[in-house]
Design a protein around this ligand. Structure first.
Ligand code: ADP
Ligand code: MG
Length: 503
């Protein structure tokens, strides 16, 4: 398991800086709850539907409409909390966060400020074999998503699509325990992985199902340790928040830029101004969106349309009992059960669908060999062709069939690759293909002996050479393999050639 004694040190030297500086990062990740219906209405959450087709009267904020809480969304958030080893608050409450924006018909977002559903938890972010950073989760609250304004369809008009309005989000707030750009990306990767294992968020970042606000500050070495001891934020630098990031690459670039910007200000004797910034990937820069002074006064107050949310411990326990095996445990099990390396176990467990595929192949077979084939042949090929595992032309059953043929000595590793190619392009039953195409390995020593005899008889000069220099026996092995179309069992050929040449 992960040994947290080997927590990676924070990088101190930041390129271009005069002094040593450390980065401090905390993230607010918005994860769309995997649910067919919205948080307070029965409207569909389907992605890519005709604009404004998934909008109920509640989502459109028609007068007199009242929100009705979707229990399944709450169950998903509880499941998420349990997956992040977090405390579940049996009593939570919804608040109104008031602001005006065209994509928010209600004029307020229903969120949870004062009493969130989920309390403190943690995520272990692996930064190398056995080296992990523990990132504490402060809270998870449930809230509504807003709609989408569209400004680039017409030169004179803006449009609004309310399909996303009212979709349930989980806002997962971390403590400022992330210490560098790579860790920040690795944190989002890990969070996404856990949510996908739990089935509580699709994690599709392109569709905006998972997006992060990244809070960045810099401080001098030693300050973070003081913060850790006291939990007093005044030991840390002033932070800026970079909004709405939905790419791991841009998260890293934005943090690097932002750190350099803040350090330059501080080394110049200036002060960092707390503000919200946006990252421009074309320019590779963050720019100010609004300062703290311009920050909205959201006039939060308890939502009068919704009773406080009270849930039963029994219900929480039953959700806990039904949790699936999570990435850390699954990875440890693969190392233990299948004898695969730490790295291979990471690759196999990265995506929950990939792990399921591997287990189907490995079941009752040599786990290490299954891992090699799944990673090198299958994942390699899928990557090359830009395919997801769900679109793999070769099924787990077919790949398992190939491994069985190897295990029974019916085909060599080399022929198995040819067979894989045939399955990839045409499909079929591996054993039947081998039978029908005569791809079976020749292990019949009589047939191999006959082939060896023939080649020895036809090449007396080569025989003489090989007998004075045994290294040249390889030539005969090659000739036999050629004569048998690569189907002869190489081990048997070797032995027979050596015996016949008297080596
Ligand atoms: P707000 O609600 O105004 O965004 P929070 O106190 O909830 O403020 O903090 C938001 C995020 O900012 C959290 O993830 C927290 O860990 C992070 N954060 C707070 N202080 C700092 C800091 N000095 N440097 C980096 N991140 C910080
Ligand atoms: Mg914030």
């Amino acid at each position: 398991m992960l040994d947290l004694a080997f927590s990676p040190p924070a990088p101190k030297v930041i390129a271009g800086a005069r002094d040593d500086w450390e980065l401090v990062i905390g993230m607010e990740v918005h994860a769309q709850v995997a649910s067919r219906a919205k948080l307070f209405s029965g409207a569909s959450t389907e992605f890519g539907a005709e604009p404004n087709s998934n909008v109920s009267f509640i989502d459109a904020a028609m007068p007199g409409m009242l929100p009705v809480l979707n229990e399944f969304c709450i169950e998903q958030a509880v499941r998420t909390g349990l997956g992040l080893k977090a405390a579940i608050n049996l009593r939570s409450a919804f608040d109104r966060k008031n602001y005006f924006y065209p994509d928010l018909p209600q004029g307020y977002q229903i969120s949870q400020l004062y009493h969130p559903l989920v309390g403190e938890g943690e995520v272990l972010v692996e930064m190398g074999p056995g080296v992990a950073r523990r990132v504490r989760i402060e809270r998870i609250h449930v809230e509504q998503d807003a709609g989408k304004s569209i400004h680039d369809m017409d030169p004179n008009m803006s449009f609004v699509d309310l399909n996303r309005t009212g979709v349930a989000l989980m806002e997962i707030v971390s403590r400022p325990d992330i210490r560098g750009p790579e860790e920040a990306a690795a944190y989002v990767v890990k969070l996404r992985q856990i949510l996908r294992y739990l089935g509580t968020c699709d994690g599709n970042m392109q569709n905006g199902n998972l997006r992060a606000d990244v809070n960045v500050s810099v401080c001098r070495p030693g300050q973070y340790e003081k913060y850790q001891e006291s939990q007093d934020f005044s030991h840390l630098g002033t932070r800026c928040e970079i909004k709405n990031m939905n790419s791991m690459r841009f998260i890293q670039q934005a943090i690097e830029y932002e750190a350099r910007r803040q350090i330059a200000i501080l080394e110049d004797g200036g002060a960092v101004v707390q503000e919200t910034r946006l990252y421009d990937p074309d320019k590779g820069e963050t720019r100010s969106m609004r300062s703290k002074e311009e920050a909205h006064d959201y006039r939060y107050f308890p939502c009068p349309d919704l009773l406080p949310l009270e849930i039963e411990q029994d219900w929480v326990d039953s959700i806990r009992d039904s949790l699936p095996e999570l990435p850390d445990e699954r990875k440890a099990r693969y190392i233990r059960e299948f004898g695969v390396t730490d790295y291979d176990a990471s690759v196999l467990t990265a995506e929950v669908e990939n792990a399921a595929f591997f287990e189907e192949v490995a079941k009752g077979r040599d786990g290490k060999q299954a891992a090699n084939w799944v990673i090198n042949e299958l994942f390699g090929r899928l990557n090359k062709e830009g395919l997801a595992i769900a679109d793999s032309p070769v099924s787990a059953a077919q790949l398992g069939g190939v491994l069985d043929l190897i295990a029974r000595g019916e085909i060599s590793g080399k022929i198995a690759k040819d067979l894989f190619e045939i399955l990839w392009t045409g499909g079929g039953d591996p054993a039947q293909i081998v039978e029908a195409r005569g791809m079976k390995q020749v292990t019949d020593t009589g047939a191999i002996e006959a082939a060896v005899d023939e080649i020895i008889a036809a090449n007396p000069a080569q025989v003489e050479k090989a007998q004075s220099n045994p290294k040249l026996a390889g030539w005969f092995v090659g000739q036999v393999m050629k004569a048998t179309g690569g189907k002869a069992n190489p081990k048997a050929v070797n032995e027979i050639v050596n015996a016949k040449l008297g080596l």
